[in-house]
Design a protein around this ligand. Structure first.
Ligand code: TXA
Ligand code: MG
Length: 327
């Protein structure tokens, strides 16, 4: 058996809580932790058994590779082949919501299961004091996919984690709401040219200001370059209708700025149309509209348009996936 149902321990991010989280992770158990982006489902990335149980707990297809989290760039670059570009990006954005995909170092101790058979490894240094303290204490890279069941909306609070994974993981470090609210930007710099695999918390504009133009073409059909690019992902139960300009009677509204006339159930992403505020509230809003909408017999979530620059790119990416037909 890879995993057995048990009580999920709720741990405060104080000395005792961090020590307990550290002990559980070292013992190969799963502990969810807060980051500045979303909550991660932590496992010792060097422990095959622990990594395997992440896939079981999430119900995630095995081919989806995991990000390894580190307390600093030096620790990360000991496990991958760092390039000048990697160091430049780390200097500019770590700790922070940027994940770099690089070639694995020859003696990389990370479970091959975590990179799902690819010769690359995704690494990141999160900007969250509790998590950095935990990573330092554990002394091993921590694999951390978003702490949701596969295909569901990413959690931005410990309560969201418990709603989906209670009883399936050993613990959750209750480290408050996530400030950024959308996942990290995933940038593949393992080849000749940098490629944006997932828009996220660090904007494309900010990255290009440091390293110049970045390609963001979709991978060739059939090539599973980044499985996180699966079309239907981050999906609430209610279907989502994009760029709504008018309300239908059976819809809940995800508003960005003044709500559309006639909307009854409304979640406001940002009244002032501030993209950072909207990103931070996006996943909580989708969850809230999903449950409240179903309670009230609504059948769809209408989402107002969000501009596609800066963090708006990540917001629109997640909204498009939430709206994509289910596999
Ligand atoms: O903000 C985040 O990145 C959060 C927090 C917890 O750090 N983590 C997260 O992990 O979103 P996950 O597993 O939900 O998404 C990781 C993304 C996926 O799209 C995956 O396919 C991609 O990164 N990825 C991971 N390793 C990769 C690799 N070696 N090559 C290409 N893509 C990779
Ligand atoms: Mg995820």
């Amino acid at each position: 058996m890879l995993y057995q149902p048990h009580m999920t321990e709720r741990l405060s991010p104080d000395r005792a809580g961090l020590a307990r989280a550290c002990a559980l992770l070292r013992a190969g158990k799963l502990v969810a932790f807060g980051t500045e982006t979303v909550y991660g489902l932590g496992a010792d990335a060097t422990n095959d058994h622990a990594v395997a149980s992440v896939f079981v707990a999430k119900g995630r297809p095995h081919f989806n590779p995991l990000i390894a989290h580190y307390p600093d760039a030096e620790a990360a670059f000991a496990h991958v082949r760092a390039t000048d570009m990697a160091r430049q990006l780390a200097d500019a954005f770590w700790p922070g919501p940027l994940t770099l995909v690089l070639r694995r170092a020859d003696a990389c101790p990370i479970s091959l299961l975590a990179s799902a058979g690819l010769d690359t490894q995704a690494v990141r240094v999160p900007a969250h004091a509790d998590t950095l303290a935990l990573l330092r204490a554990v002394g091993q890279p921590i694999a951390g996919p978003s702490a949701n069941r596969s295909g569901q909306v990413s959690p931005t609070s410990a309560a969201h984690v418990l709603a989906e994974l209670s009883g399936r993981i050993a613990g959750v470090l209750e480290s408050g709401p996530c400030e950024v609210g959308v996942e990290s930007t995933v940038l593949d710099i393992s080849g000749d040219h940098p490629v944006l695999l997932r828009a996220g918390g660090i904007t494309l504009e900010a990255i290009e200001a440091v390293i110049g133009p970045v390609a963001h073409t979709a991978p060739a059909a059939g090539v599973l370059r980044s499985p996180g690019l699966l079309a239907s992902h981050y999906a609430p139960t209610l279907p989502v209708r994009l760029t709504a300009t008018e309300m239908r009677a059976d819809e809940a509204l995800l508003a960005f700025g003044p709500p559309l006339p006639g909307a009854g159930l409304v979640f406001q992403l940002s009244a002032a149309q501030n993209l950072a505020e909207a990103a931070a509230r996006l996943f909580a809003g989708l969850r809230w509209l999903d449950t409240q909408g179903q309670t009230r017999g609504l059948v769809r979530i209408a989402a107002m348009a969000v501009p596609s620059y800066g963090l708006g790119r990540a917001i629109n990416d997640r909204l498009h996936r939430a709206a994509a037909p289910r596999a």
